[in-house]
Ligand binder design. Structure first.
Ligand SMILES: [Zn+2]
Ligand SMILES: [Zn+2]
Length: 322
């Protein structure tokens, strides 16, 4: 390691140990009660899944598939790599469909999510970062979601960071809360109706169909939503605290195996901070990135193009070395 790299490594190590103050614009009334209540209710709802009435192996499968369909396609691929960072281009009908899947994850609208995330990249691990875990692990994980932060007010932050989305009538329309509620309720109804219909069509009684529909609902909505939340939040919290670094990025981002695995590729977060626009987050051979592989499959099908790639990673490229 060169002297310069050693000095940089030391400065970065010091950075990761420093305790950040919370964002200055937190209002005195710190709790955003609607978000806090929703969070608690969804976690309680998810615990129903293990009550025998609601448990079914089909429900488990639906929840796991839902992690990919809603979390990977909706959040990772669409909200993050496509809309926030423009890491590739896909047909509008497909982009909008993926955005609807993202909406169903209850992580806010595309424009707001994009705005918050762009602000995160601008101020990563500084006081104005919306969710740095250097201000506390639980703050970075979900505290920021249930806090009243005046800097993150919808109209202010979307106008500043997501003008490109707001100019698109589709995304502007999704900012309308009625549209958002209709989409989300329709997705919830879909899970119950699909479970009910499947049981009914296979000769189940009315009681059995209701029970199976309820099971698919609890697993497909409550469990899936809560798991996708924690996976997304882990990228913000765990992957800014623990793991290894390929690049000296000047903030605390890390490549974390656990988060890389559970999030289908978002846990190679130090790579991502080093090259934010790259659609490919896994840069070394073991950094398997399901989201990027999905984008490649879309490209093979003629449904993705202009995929932004990172410069080829080499250990002695001068960027790594830790
Ligand atoms: Zn980050
Ligand atoms: Zn990002």
């Amino acid at each position: 390691m060169s002297v310069e790299a050693a000095v940089r490594a030391k400065a970065e190590a010091a950075l990761s140990r420093q305790r950040l103050p919370l964002p200055a614009a937190l209002s005195a009334n710190r709790i955003h009660w609607p978000a806090a209540i929703a969070l608690v209710l969804f976690h309680l709802g998810a615990t129903l899944a293990f009550w025998p009435f609601f448990f079914s192996w089909s429900g488990v499968v639906v929840a796991l598939l839902g992690l990919y369909v809603f979390g990977t396609l909706g959040i990772n691929l669409c909200y993050h790599r496509l809309l926030t960072h423009r890491g590739f281009v896909c047909p509008k009908w497909l982009e909008y469909s993926f955005a609807i899947l993202g909406m169903c994850c209850l992580q806010h609208t595309p424009a707001y999510w994009v705005a918050i995330h762009r602000r995160h990249h601008q101020f990563a691990d500084a006081q104005d970062d919306p969710h740095s875990p250097l201000a506390g692990f639980f703050w970075g994980h979900f505290g920021w979601v249930v806090a009243n932060n005046d800097d993150l007010k919808d109209s202010v932050v979307t106008q500043r960071y997501a003008k490109d989305l707001i100019r698109d009538p589709f995304y502007a329309g999704l900012e309308n809360s009625v549209a958002a509620v209709v989409i989300i309720l329709a997705s919830w109804a879909f899970f119950f109706v699909a479970g009910f219909a499947a049981s009914w069509l296979m000769g189940g009684t009315l009681d059995e169909a209701v029970q199976f529909g309820a099971s698919i609902f609890v697993w497909g909505v409550f469990v899936r939503t809560v798991l996708v939340w924690h996976i997304s939040w882990s990228v913000n919290s765990i992957a800014h605290l623990w793991g290894y670094r390929n690049y000296a990025t000047g903030e605390g981002s890390r490549n974390n195996f656990f988060v890389g695995f559970i999030s289908n590729g978002e846990g190679w977060h130090n790579n991502h901070h080093a090259h934010p626009n790259a659609a490919m987050h896994g840069h070394r051979w073991w950094e398997f990135d399901v989201t990027y592989r999905t984008i490649r499959i879309l490209a093979l099908l003629g449904l993705a193009r202009d995929i932004v790639m990172p410069p080829r990673y080499t250990a002695d490229s001068g960027e790594g070395g830790q």
